[in-house]
Design a protein around this ligand. Structure first.
Ligand SMILES: [Zn+2]
Length: 227
């Protein structure tokens, strides 16, 4: 498979992901956005990525709608303007060479928690799906700004997801499927956390208890493949 074929497949998968988030009610209209790291010979080189165009509803998104940006934010391919939130996607790809897809949603539960300017503490073991014992909430910054990108890039130094205050959720993964899994799991956890807070303060897991979960998650995939 050539890099062009590879990138076309990636963009087709990205279209399906955008439409799935819409169908699940996790993004409405043209809110939220999604990107995948481009193949290195696709005309972009290292650091380039395909991102959803700005202001396009999910039903109108096609593989050719995606915009290819290089690491400087220059449009290399695509007829539309990129999502105005592209800078924090770049910040994640710069911070984490191991991550190849980024999903951003204004999903109801994560956004509600972000409006309280609270992240997820270790109230449930699945919080470890984001790679640590919490999901942080970055300070509020205007969308599309360098300040927001820096905050998100810093949050991703040791996590695969974060909330952005008064805004929404960002999740990333080594693959698009992984990024989608983390995004949907964190959204579900935010819903459970909000329900718990409506009754009282949850009992938090200890650092040791979460370390054991994180360790188990590391070997989980390997154990399944060996079975
Ligand atoms: Zn947004």
């Amino acid at each position: 498979m050539t890099d062009d074929d590879h990138d076309h497949t990636l963009r087709a998968q990205a279209v399906a992901a955008v439409q799935r988030l819409d169908a699940l009610g996790l993004n409405r209209g043209s809110t939220g956005n999604l990107s995948v790291r481009a193949g290195t010979a696709a005309g972009g080189g290292a650091g380039s990525f395909w991102i959803t165009p700005t202001g396009t509803p999910p039903e109108d998104i096609a593989p050719d709608s995606f915009v290819l940006l290089d690491d400087a934010g220059t449009v290399l391919q695509g007829a539309w303007a990129p999502s105005t939130e592209w800078p924090f996607h770049r910040a994640i790809y710069r911070a984490r060479p191991d991550l190849h897809a980024v999903v951003h949603m204004h999903s109801p539960h994560a956004t509600a928690l972000a409006c309280l300017r609270r992240g997820l503490p270790p109230f449930h073991y699945m919080v470890a799906v984001a790679g640590g014992d919490s999901v942080p909430c970055t300070p509020y910054h205007l969308f599309g700004t360098d300040a927001l990108s820096q905050a998100v890039g810093a949050a991703f130094a040791d996590r695969n997801a974060c909330l952005m205050a008064n805004h929404g959720l960002v999740a990333a993964g080594a693959t698009l499927a992984q990024a989608m899994k983390v995004a949907q799991e964190v959204e579900a956890l935010c819903g459970i956390y909000l329900q718990t807070l409506a009754v009282g303060e949850p009992v938090l897991l200890s650092r040791q208890e979460m370390a054991a979960v994180i360790e188990r998650f590391k070997s989980y995939g390997r154990a399944r493949r060996a079975a």
